[in-house]
Design a protein around this ligand. Structure first.
Ligand SMILES: [Zn+2]
Length: 199
């Protein structure tokens, strides 16, 4: 087994925990970092440390500097619309289209029982509680990636939301099947939001 100085071993193990970063890639990143000036490494360390202080919005569960995020606290947003997304990063993708002005709700994943992502692990109860007390919400847009897990989640939520008598819509086609929402180009995604269909 190859032996590296301890700080390199520790940093490599830390980066190796990130998705898509294998041990070899992690080691390559660490050696690239070691070459950088100490001041730059300090800046990177501080940026990572700041992430630990990010809060989660009490209403929609996206990451936020405050206990209520910039969308939930913005009086200009259309409170009749609620867009349900899988992860906080999907909000940035939808915002980049400039087409949607409503509020969001982060479900915390999509249904994927094979990988252990079951109904209990998603914020289904929190979504139900929000809808139970917010009579103003008239349309719920299910904005998931058009793949098998996104479709399973849409099917599950549609059944659940139908009982609440709320209009439910989903992103229009145009997004290729099997695609990840975050990689969709802005025009395709904008059209998908505009042409959302009632379920
Ligand atoms: Zn929020």
């Amino acid at each position: 087994m190859r032996k590296f100085p301890e700080p390199i071993q520790i940093a490599t193990a830390a980066l190796n925990r990130l998705p898509g970063v294998g041990p070899k890639t992690a080691l390559r990143y660490v050696y690239a970092l070691v070459k950088r000036p100490a001041k730059e490494l300090e800046t990177i360390a501080q940026a990572i440390k700041a992430l630990a202080h990010l809060k989660v919005c009490e209403k929609c569960f996206t990451y936020s500097n405050d206990s209520i995020c910039e969308y939930c606290s913005n009086p200009a947003r259309d409170k009749r619309l609620l867009c349900v997304v899988s992860e906080p990063r999907d909000i940035a993708t939808i915002e980049s289209t400039g087409e949607y002005k409503g509020l969001y709700f982060v479900l915390g994943g999509v249904l994927n029982p094979i990988d252990g992502q079951t109904v209990e692990m998603l914020r289904i109860k929190e979504l139900e509680a929000l809808l139970a007390k917010s009579e103003i919400i008239s349309e719920i847009i299910l904005a998931f990636s058009p793949n098998i897990h996104g479709e399973t989640t849409i099917l599950f939520l549609t059944k659940l939301l139908n009982n609440l008598n709320k209009k439910t819509s989903r992103l229009a086609t145009g997004l290729p099947m099997g695609a990840e929402l975050e990689y969709a180009d802005e025009v395709t995604l904008m059209n998908a939001i505009k042409g959302r269909t009632k379920i």
